[in-house]
Design a protein around this ligand. Structure first.
Ligand code: AMP
Length: 284
């Protein structure tokens, strides 16, 4: 396994690999790797000749006052997990290598990047799309792997990849959870024992919503939002949003009637930690 920091060096390696006909799979991450990331890496390992994991805490996707500085960084643990999983390259650029002085170019996905997390974290998806676009140009993957845990992110990435004709297939992978249902996240490391025990309310509320939809078959989106809200409100320190949306367009919807696939997404704070989770409900 090679660890490479310089974009130009990686790009030359990628060109050689492509020239020799190797299929490259990329798993973009911010490090502090856990079993959620591992599931993406394992899938990439199965489907490609060469697996690249990028580890980059991307300053452009954090707003002032967010956790950029204190975001967990565990490089040694990350490398040993990657080695165990048979990763070929870790790409770990430094911020100034991706964003030199006088950096002016961005990828901005309108509309779907401006709702939900895009509304509470203005500019977040511009930062995400820009860095992922840069990674695509540097690593030149055939396929790139993303978790459904960050559902809106996966939609934003699919959209700009298609809109801007990046020759990359976007593969989405299921949410990996703790035994009690809490979605794995690098940010779970911030939670106190008390916050951790309250955080499970998100998953429980999503399960309850899913059962209600299965049982009733035709319900208003508002009634689902209310059920979720009632289940979380006494446990979360603040609810950021509870949204019911079309799973592919992220359009807001009024009724859940089985006619299309929908996503129910929640963002809430436990202490200072903002957690997100979601479930997909298939249409018929
Ligand atoms: P991050 O390091 O948080 O930027 O995440 C890197 C990738 O791992 C993203 O595509 C995430 O959606 C994915 N990921 C993070 N947590 C999970 C999880 N619990 N299950 C599946 N994928 C995940």
């Amino acid at each position: 396994m090679k660890i490479i920091a310089k974009p130009s060096i990686f790009q030359n390696i990628a060109k050689d690999l492509k020239y020799s006909g190797k299929a490259i799979g990329l798993v973009p991450t911010m490090g502090a790797l856990h079993q959620g990331h591992a599931s993406l890496i394992k899938r990439a390992r199965k489907e490609n000749d060469i697996v690249v994991v990028s580890i980059f805490v991307n300053p452009m996707q954090f707003n002032p006052g967010e956790d950029y500085r204190r975001y967990p960084r565990t490089p040694d643990k990350d490398s040993s997990l990657c080695r165990q999983l048979g990763v070929d390259f870790i790409f770990v650029p430094k911020p100034e290598m991706l964003y030199p002085k006088d950096y002016f170019s961005f990828i901005n996905v309108e509309t779907i990047g401006e709702v939900m997390c895009g509304k509470s974290r203005p500019g977040h998806f511009r930062g995400v799309a820009t860095v992922v676009g840069k990674l695509f140009n540097i690593v030149m993957p055939d396929k790139s792997y993303f978790g459904l845990k960050d559902y809106q992110q996966s939609v934003v990435i699919k959209k700009f990849t298609e809109d801007l004709n990046f020759p990359v297939k976007i593969v989405t992978c299921p949410i990996i959870r703790e035994k009690d249902g809490l979605a794995l996240s690098s940010r779970n490391a911030y939670l106190s024992a008390d916050e951790r025990s309250r955080a499970i309310s998100i998953y429980k509320s999503l399960q309850k919503a899913k059962n209600m939809i299965k049982y009733k078959k035709n319900v208003s989106a508002q009634s689902i939002v209310s059920v979720i809200e009632r289940m979380i409100i006494n446990f979360a320190d603040k609810i950021d949003y509870i949204e019911v949306r079309d799973a592919s367009t992220l359009d807001s919807i009024q009724r859940i009637d089985g006619s299309r696939k929908i996503v129910i997404a929640v963002a809430a704070y436990f202490g200072k930690t903002r957690l997100i989770d979601n479930i997909l409900i298939n249409g018929v």
